[in-house]
Design a protein around this ligand. Sequence first.
Ligand code: NI
Length: 175
Amino acid sequence: MTIYKVVEYPNPRLRIPSKPVTEFDEKLRQLVEDMFETMYTASGIGLAAPQIDIHKQIIVVDLTEDKSDQKVVINPKITLKEGSASIDEGCLSVPLDYRAKVERAAHVIVECFNEKGEPYTIDATDELLAICLQHEIDHLQGKLFIDHLSTLKRSLYDKKLSKYERYKRRAESAS
Ligand code: NI
């Protein structure tokens, strides 16, 4: 079992587009298991492989509190988007536990594969699931939820983060 370190913004490695999975082997199944453990350890509800510096189209999602609905979403394609919804989104790769609303579709249909290479369809009529899938699929394209914010909101966040990083560096050099 490996708990991975989650890559954080503004690390440019989060911007690398992910490649489709071609081998559905034991190695992939181990990686998927480790991704779930990494996600649960960080108290997340979704994790995309680029967040652990692996640039493959792999997502794990579990919206439950008792780890009872593990979804493995490989090589996803959104084939339908409708309606609109937004919630306060956060991301394990976005520091300071920053949260903000992003305009998303309320219902999506996603065609994808499981860890055995079997194709299946997720009809996400539940808004939280629909939003979570859109958020994670963005990661595979090197996109973060903060990229959807207005220029003003985004620059306020960037300022806050760089202030925090300066403070952290000062604290480190003083100790
Ligand atoms: Ni995220």
